[in-house]
Design a protein around this ligand. Structure first.
Ligand SMILES: [Zn+2]
Length: 143
């Protein structure tokens, strides 16, 4: 069980779309990647942890004719949702954001708005904080 607390963020850390986060942050990487903007309140400086990214589980999209493992199938499909609800009450929590992290998130949001403008019709409006340049949930590598 983790207690809520400040999500400390070193001043020199860049928020990267692939969700690289300092290891000592008060939420783990899966939880950070599961964040949507609706979970983040930049006015009051809090974020709510409610879901976590799930690792992809690939299946053949070709019917099994490609001869590859499912993860290498050229038409692979992810059979798992991008994120799942955090199950335990202890896991669902609110974290206070220090002002410098609020500033980082505002800058990140502005950058994402630029990407969204560039992606135009290709943008997938799913609200992910850590998203690819077309708005898909950020990559979820390993654990
Ligand atoms: Zn295949």
């Amino acid at each position: 069980m983790r207690s809520s607390g400040y999500w400390t963020w070193p001043a020199n850390a860049a928020i990267a779309p692939d969700g690289r986060l300092p290891s000592h942050s008060a939420c783990d990487r899966g939880e950070a990647l599961g964040l949507r903007w609706e979970d983040v309140d930049l006015e009051t400086g809090v974020l709510r942890i409610r879901r976590s990214r799930l690792r992809a589980n690939y299946a053949h999209g070709c019917g099994g004719s490609c001869g590859e493992l499912p993860g290498n199938c050229p038409q692979r499909v992810n059979t798992r949702p991008a994120a799942g609800d955090v199950k335990t009450k202890a896991g669902r929590r609110t974290i206070g954001l220090p002002p410098q992290l609020v500033a980082l998130l505002r800058a990140h949001q502005a950058e994402q708005e630029r990407e969204r403008a560039i992606a135009c019709d290709l943008w997938h409006n799913e609200g992910w904080v850590f998203a690819t340049p077309v708005g898909d949930p950020g990559p979820c590598r390993g654990n």
